[in-house]
Design a protein around this ligand. Sequence first.
Ligand code: SAM
Length: 480
Amino acid sequence: MQVGVRIARLSSSRFRSPHFPLLSTTSRRLRCNLSPSAASPEECELNEESDKFLRWLRQKAGSEISSVLSLGNSIYGRSLFASKNIKSGECILKVPYIAQITSENISREIKLLLPRDIENVSRLAYSGWATYVNSLPSIDEMHNAIFWSKDELELVRDSAIYQETINLQAHIKKEYSVLGPVLEQFPYDFGDVHLMDFMHAYALVTSRAWDTSKGVSLIPFADFLNHDGTCDAVLLSDVHEEISEVIADRDYAVGEQVMIRYGKFSNATLLLDFGFTLPYNKYDQVQLLMDIPSHDPLYGMKSEILKKHCWPRTTTNADKSNTSGNSFVVKEVKSAIGKGKGIPQALRAFARVLSATSVEELQSLITEATENDGRLARRPLKSNEREIQAHCILCSRLLHMIQGHDVALKKLKSVDASDCNGRQSLRTRMARDLLNGELRVMKSAYAWLTNYYTSLSVPKEASLCSEEFSLTSAGDGELG
Ligand SMILES: C[S@@+](CC[C@H](N)C(=O)[O-])C[C@H]1O[C@@H](n2cnc3c(N)ncnc32)[C@H](O)[C@@H]1O
């Protein structure tokens, strides 16, 4: 999760080693309904447990954590609710750094045995706080894409998340192969740790830890806050005071669930790292992979020029590995006739290079770049015909992807809900949210590109795009 910085002064003080009590039984019992006005025996028990947890945390922290929030249960699992009226701008929760868990808490003996290249999420997943981590949601309650079966993953084969999930699974396996033998040397601390246990701990960390100035940190109590992508409230870090805090972004009445924004995350990120999706996510995006066709007679010259101008570029994947490729992130374009914010300039430049059919055209692109700011093909091509063709290449690529998503969504629609158990229907809904969001983004980009090239066309040129583009869709939110 992303953390906001309240005061950007870095503290040099060392993290003291907190000690968490065993929560395994209590945390399960916290999962009952909380209604602030009612007082069933379960609710009384929940309030008691919540108070107990806060008392314990306050003791660790040496200060009050929150006097306006209490722990309850909602459709999102454990959640924080306003226990008093909250005013916008009020600080609702403060967790001192000393009550947070980072990889610095790993005991010295274990630290010495850990190879340097083990990433922070893996370090934290088995940092000696396994008891705390294990008390959190069980593996059956988690829906991160890495836990999806082969058949379930097939539902999202048309999205980049399919390959990212496979890469992440391989990455976790690799980390486990290095960490496993180290953990085996501490049977008293960790017991038997199998690959699935490690995957579970890994997913717990990705779904509830923040990237702070101290590295990946678990922040107890704050990690009961659920995500609302439309919220302005985020977890802030006050490095000077050494606390993490949340400031209310609006008024809350007693009993209302208080939520924050984990980050500006697409459904693909939410599914991979957190195990849920939103029915409408304004941060959705798609990855477009572009290549020079191997049969292009100018393949050599185009590759050479692109390489000189930093293509292929390296992108960092969810599993922290790097992919070298011509990968572009496309976001939703708000208006088909507006500026086209969301279609990367670099993607259009790449398409302009692809559209060239002669050495002279490529040469003139190089000259233009040298005479201007050095960036290749950032201006519309001098020939209208070529500019139209460049954008048709992008439309054609997008159309192919749109059709793939359409087919996948049609298949999802035909899944008979009565054949599904709760888990399957939840994951089917997530697949639908993901594909619908990506489809919306692709259609918006497609509409903008089509509008752009038709605005350049005289009737004869309008037929330059070789494919007949027609959008019929199974997805929600059709462009019409
Ligand atoms: C930081 S924890 C929040 C507390 C969590 N509900 C619990 O029971 O411990 C993040 C997890 O909460 C759930 N969650 C948070 N926001 C959600 C949302 N908007 N929709 C569905 N699940 C959500 C997901 O399971 C996610 O992995």
